[in-house]
Design a protein around this ligand. Structure first.
Ligand SMILES: [Zn+2]
Ligand SMILES: [Zn+2]
Length: 757
């Protein structure tokens, strides 16, 4: 025969009641032997605070009482009659005005069998486990500690660790399933481990969240007041994620704090000794004593939120973020690259922190909807002056925010919407232009950031690195711009250890090809310096190889300051076109191997080229004995032409060379070429053209300062040389080009001996 409720309570020895809710008829924790009993069965731990509830729960299931232990008076403690005690699972507790206290003479019992709870209660979709347990406890009238014991989550309420919010152990799953009558499979998705590897990282051993998940969680939990109304105060698990800032159902921002006490929600577990009230604030009442159990109790549904509407960009961003967390790839600046959700979220966080550190409305215009910015400035105005100052001063988000998202959903919405808009641009250049106002701050322009340090500082994908480089490009030094190829569309993704082509010295000559160099500005009075600067610049482009290594491998005698000064002088005038040309040349040479191995050409000994006998023979054959004294100049010319290494001429030799170029004929040039080919073949160089040049089609669209030498009117030039007997300088003046261009044209297209007038 079932025991009556009162009998069961008495028999089981629960001395349960609450401050201010003492019932004269309820058993008290006194020296009474019937009151200091430990529960033999976990079901018996489902206790209510009021006698009425206790009766309804325990009384309805009076058969639990059959498991009641025998009285054991030795366990009795000297619980003061003025305190209220209850014992549970082998532990004696007593409550006083400060809450839960534990009597030292009691100890926890292990392995208590869980039984099915009297009331079946189902979670709502997407509900967090803590919300479910609280709602369940409220449903059956238990305090949160009692309920956690009842469902086998906690064996020792004295040490109430809520690791189960992160992950449930196998035993806890079994206990929960047993107690609630629900399948075990429905619980893991109610814990944060549901997002493990996607939005948070879980330390399985510790059952806690660990580092490595960008903005994985927020302090406590945000909430949607309208959802709380709809569900009767049930909390979604996803609101705990740092990335949740808007409710997709009600198209509003989430709330982050209680409308009464102004504190964030669910930072701490529900007070152990109290019966949960779903939908109400569980923070301590604002003016309550520290030891008091009085709660704020405000209705959270009354919290005000920013309404967004279904077409608001932030709602779309929230939807996209959830997709990323679900593993759907994001295109945008990532193109077809494959990235994990952590990598993409890490990028968003990185950029979002920049936005939070520089909440300048002008910089964010076009990136962040105006209503969000207006809501933020309104909020800033409404806070007390001391806080308002802190809010309005733009400063970089603190380091702690690497893991923890900003507390306010509004701040998160602003930062994440801005960042996501930037990262959703399909071209890195477009994204860089959007990012530039955010990160180009006075601090950056005073001290141009070194991209390597800037980028290694951040755990970001190469795509965002390129966006940053593009955005900071105008502030970078010329060399760094070239290294990162900031003028290439799209900006290539440069790894920090990129070294360009490993055999760049085979592909790049010491003196850059004249077809290109003649179109570039004359950086010094020496045209060879310009060619050397270009060769070094092309080798440095898209690579982190050092200047010294480039100069050494290209066998170029060029001081670094000369190089930097040359680039600086270009930067003042035609930098964009020149840099673009250099980057295009570098890109082409990385991908294509020229038909000439310039490293080998540099190592050949040219001492024996054009012996006097050969020169004499060529001059005689072509009836140009007047050129005989030019032998040394021509020899130097040939060496430079074949090796593409600078050969310095004396002024006499330079004059001789000009004379030779103006006088030589096509057949004479062919004879010299034949000699050169034989000379190279004798040194094992076969199958290579004598000379080669980078195609000028690569730069035909650029507005370079000097004209393409290929466009010089050769017939007019030849006429000037042959018929007018002009010197090279005179011809250059007549044609409006430089002497270097004329020399190049005549070297490659000698004027015929006899020209028809
Ligand atoms: Zn909602
Ligand atoms: Zn509150």
């Amino acid at each position: 025969m079932p025991l009556s409720p009162a009998a069961s309570i008495r028999t089981r020895g629960y001395g349960v009641s609450d401050v201010g809710n003492r019932d004269a008829r309820a058993p008290r924790v006194k020296s009474d032997s019937a009151e200091d009993r430990f529960a033999a069965h976990i079901d018996a731990r489902v206790l209510s605070r009021s006698r009425q509830r206790r009766t309804s729960v325990v009384g309805a299931y009076g058969h639990w009482a059959s498991d009641v232990q025998k009285e054991d008076t030795s366990d009795r403690t000297a619980v003061d009659s003025g305190t209220l005690g209850w014992s549970c699972d082998g532990v004696r507790y007593r409550r006083d005005s400060s809450g839960l206290r534990i009597s030292e003479t009691f100890f926890a019992r292990s392995s208590v069998k869980t039984r099915t709870l009297p009331v079946r209660f189902h979670p709502v979709e997407g509900e967090a486990i803590d919300s479910y347990l609280e709602a369940y406890a409220a449903r059956i009238g238990a305090t949160s500690a009692e309920f956690e014991c009842a469902v086998g989550l906690t064996e020792n309420p004295r040490n109430r660790r809520c690791g189960w919010l992160v992950q449930l152990s196998g035993q806890q799953l079994a206990n929960l399933s047993e107690a609630t009558g629900l399948p075990m499979t429905c619980f893991p998705q109610m814990t944060l481990s549901h997002f493990d590897g996607r939005a948070v990282r879980v330390d399985v051993g510790q059952r806690s969240l660990t580092h490595g998940a960008p903005w994985g969680f927020v302090k406590g939990s945000r909430f949607c007041p309208a959802c709380l109304v709809d569900t009767g105060g049930r909390w979604s698990l996803i609101w705990r994620l740092g990335w949740s800032f808007a409710c997709l159902k009600h198209c509003c921002l989430l709330a982050n704090e209680c409308p009464e006490c102004g504190l964030p929600q669910r930072v701490q577990p529900y007070p152990a000794a109290l019966q949960p009230k779903p939908g109400c604030c569980a923070n301590r009442a604002p003016n309550a004593d520290r030891r008091s159990q009085t709660l704020c109790g405000a209705t959270l549904a009354s919290a005000t939120v920013v309404e967004l509407g279904g077409n608001h960009p932030s709602i779309a961003v929230q939807r996209d973020l959830y997709r990323v967390i679900d593993g759907v790839p994001h295109r945008g600046v990532y193109g077809r690259g494959v990235h994990t959700s952590f990598e993409i979220l890490g990028d968003v966080r990185n950029l979002a922190r920049e936005i939070l550190g520089n909440l300048d409305e002008a910089a964010l215009a076009g990136l962040v909807p105006a209503d969000l910015l207006a809501a933020r400035s309104l909020k800033s105005k409404n806070v007390p002056r001391s806080m308002g100052a802190a809010v309005s001063v733009p400063e970089r988000a603190p380091a702690a925010s690497l893991q923890l998202a900003p507390l306010r959903a509004l701040d998160t919405a602003i930062a994440v919407t801005g960042a996501w808009t930037c990262l959703s641009a399909t071209e890195i250049q477009v994204s860089a232009a959007l990012v530039r106002p955010i990160i180009a701050r006075p601090a950056h322009s005073l001290r141009p950031p070194v991209p390597v340090a800037f980028l290694e500082d951040r755990c970001i994908t190469p795509a965002l690195a390129s966006v940053y480089v593009g955005a900071l490009g105008p502030d970078l030094t010329s060399v760094e711009q070239l290294r990162h190829r900031t003028h290439t569309h799209p900006i290539p993704i440069l790894s920090h250890r990129a070294r360009g082509s490993p055999e760049f010295d085979r592909r790049i000559p010491s003196l850059f090809w004249e077809t290109w160099s003649l179109q570039m500005p004359l950086v010094t009075q020496w045209s060879r310096t310009r060619r050397k600067v270009l060769s070094v610049a092309v080798a440095l482009c898209g690579s982190r190889v050092s200047f010294a290594e480039v100069a050494g491998r290209l066998q170029i005698s060029l001081k670094m300051h000369t190089f930097n000064r040359a680039l600086a002088s270009i930067k003042e005038s035609d930098w964009v076109s020149v840099a673009t040309a250099i980057e295009r040349a570098s890109e082409f040479l990385d991908a294509n191997r020229p038909p000439i191995d310039y490293r080998r050409r540099r190592t050949i000994d040219y001492a024996g080229i054009l012996p006097m006998t050969v020169w004499h023979q060529i001059c005689t054959e072509h009836g140009l004995l007047t050129l005989m004294p030019c032998a040394d100049a021509v020899r130097c010319f040939l060496v430079e032409r074949l090796s593409l290494q600078p050969v310095v001429l004396s002024s006499a030799e330079a004059n001789c060379l000009k004379r030779y170029l103006g006088t030589q004929t096509p057949s004479m040039a062919r004879a010299l070429d034949r000699h050169c080919r034989e000379y190279l073949a004798a040194r094992g160089v076969g199958g290579e053209p004598l000379t080669w040049s980078l195609d000028t089609d690569l730069i035909h669209d650029l507005n370079l300062p000097e004209p393409d030498p290929g466009r010089v009117d050769m017939e007019a030039l030849h006429a000037l040389i042959r018929n007018e007997c002009c010197s090279l300088e005179q011809a250059a003046e007549q044609l409006g080009v430089s002497t270097g261009v004329i020399a190049y044209c005549l070297a490659n297209h000698p004027a015929p001996k006899h020209l028809r007038r």
